[in-house]
Design a protein around this ligand. Structure first.
Ligand SMILES: [Ca+2]
Ligand SMILES: [Ca+2]
Length: 261
């Protein structure tokens, strides 16, 4: 065999291995699947931005899935953005270049841009304008957010009238995790909405967080300072006991509980 033939053969071999590896990493299932069959085929295909029929697990494993919120990985947050921003044509109804695209599904406050808002909304892709807006999906039925509709407006009641509406309301009281947290995020993790913060004695200690441990009793007003759902709590040293209910919560300074509805 001549030198040229040997070099040519090696070249073909390397090319073959390269094509195999590309196919392997793109996942054969997707590579040889139908291209851009939108709607109802349960798979994110080549050429599609999105497909609302794909499962979360399949989306996360798809070679075509993108990191839509720009945090460096593809996870359920990206999946939920993909689902909520997807048109019938398997294209994004709002462009990823939208300044609030990465915020889709995050809570926001109404009216958008107001300096002192209390009414809660959600960053949502508005299918009519193709823009991501802070929409009141709770009181108004919104395309793509029908499951959020509860027929009434929702507020951070610690922002509105000093929380006077909280005593007598029903909601779940959830401790924040250790480290930094916002109650907006704590409630969202369990599929609920933060409507206020405070201790378990809602009648007397709503819209508060712990600043001191004087007398080791959290409920003493000297230990409390006002806060709301958007405040960033950090947890920390100087513990006092929240004795309203059992088991007793030992609350660190700069900590509170979240009221989730
Ligand atoms: Ca598809
Ligand atoms: Ca991501």
């Amino acid at each position: 065999m001549s030198k040229k033939v040997i070099i040519f053969s090696i070249g073909i071999l390397i090319l073959g291995v390269f094509i195999f590896l590309v196919a392997y990493f793109l996942n054969f299932k997707y590579l040889f699947a139908g291209i851009n069959r939108c709607g109802g085929n349960g798979r994110l295909d080549w050429g599609e931005d999105c497909d609302t029929t794909v499962s979360e697990a399949d989306y996360i494993n798809s070679p075509y899935a993108k990191d839509l919120d720009g945090d460096g990985d593809v996870d359920s947050v990206d999946y939920n953005i993909m689902k909520r921003a997807c048109s019938d044509e398997c294209k994004f109804a709002c462009p990823p270049s939208d300044p609030h695209f990465a915020d889709i599904n995050k809570g926001c406050y109404q009216p958008e841009g107001s300096s002192d808002p209390c009414q809660k909304g959600v960053w949502a892709c508005d299918y009519h304008t193709g823009k991501v807006k802070c929409l009141d999906v709770y009181s108004q039925e919104t395309e793509g957010y029908e499951d959020y509709h509860i027929g009434g407006q929702i507020y951070d009641y610690c922002c509105k009238d000093g929380g006077s509406a909280l005593p007598g309301m029903t909601f779940e009281i959830v401790r924040g995790p250790s480290g930094n947290f916002k109650c907006d995020e704590v409630c969202r993790k369990i599929g609920k909405i933060c409507i206020g913060v405070g201790l378990r004695d809602v009648d007397n200690t709503h819209c508060t967080y712990i600043t001191h441990n004087i007398g080791n009793t959290c409920q003493l007003t000297v230990n409390l300072t006002s806060a709301n759902c958007t405040y960033t709590f950090t947890g920390g040293t100087g513990f006092c006991d929240e004795t309203t209910d059992t088991p007793t919560w030992s609350m660190g300074s700069n900590e509170t509980a979240c009221y989730c509805k």
